[in-house]
Ligand binder design. Structure first.
Ligand code: ADP
Ligand code: MG
Length: 144
């Protein structure tokens, strides 16, 4: 599935719609360059789960947990991990194979740790289409 947006609000809405239908145990990866809108998408996704706390990029903590929604959200940002070992140190597998929903920014950096059954969300810019244009490609289990 491919979406095109022209504002942060539209990207937020797509995240929100996915959050509204998210199921326990889902792992969603978010890829795309710095500043492309991964955290905007995550904020919408959290709102869709009914989470009413502010969502920030958890860059300095790797993982942030939110318990106030319909399903627990584990929001990862693995941009700064230096070594895959760090993921085992934070107990990564318990989150991935647990009952919550995992949303992982920069998941491509830990691709060898991810289960096969994931929903991947890739966001990209196309500067010829304007500064606020984003293409959002969602692939669910390899099906577009
Ligand atoms: P990332 O988490 O990918 O590094 P952020 O979500 O923190 O990126 O930031 C995205 C930035 O791009 C925000 O400043 C947002 O306002 C801006 N932006 C402009 N157009 C869009 C769009 N269509 N979708 C999402 N963000 C957009
Ligand atoms: Mg971010």
């Amino acid at each position: 599935m491919v979406y095109e947006t022209n504002s942060p609000e539209e990207t937020y809405e797509i995240g929100k719609k996915m959050g509204e239908v998210a199921k326990s145990g889902e792992v969603i990866t978010l890829s795309g360059d710095l500043g492309v809108g991964k955290t905007v998408f995550a904020q919408g996704f959290a709102a869709g789960l009914g989470i009413n706390e502010p969502i920030n990029s958890p860059t300095f903590t790797i993982i942030q947990e939110y318990d106030t929604g319909r399903i627990t959200l584990y929001h990862f940002d693995v941009y700064r991990i230096a070594d895959i070992e760090e993921m085992y140190e934070i107990g990564f597998e318990e989150y991935i194979y647990g009952d919550g929903v995992c949303l992982i920014e920069w998941a491509n950096l830990i691709s060898e740790l991810l289960p096969e059954n994931i929903i991947s969300v890739d966001i990209s810019k196309a500067l010829d289409k304007g500064f606020d244009y984003r293409k959002i490609t969602v692939i669910n289990n390899g099906l577009r």
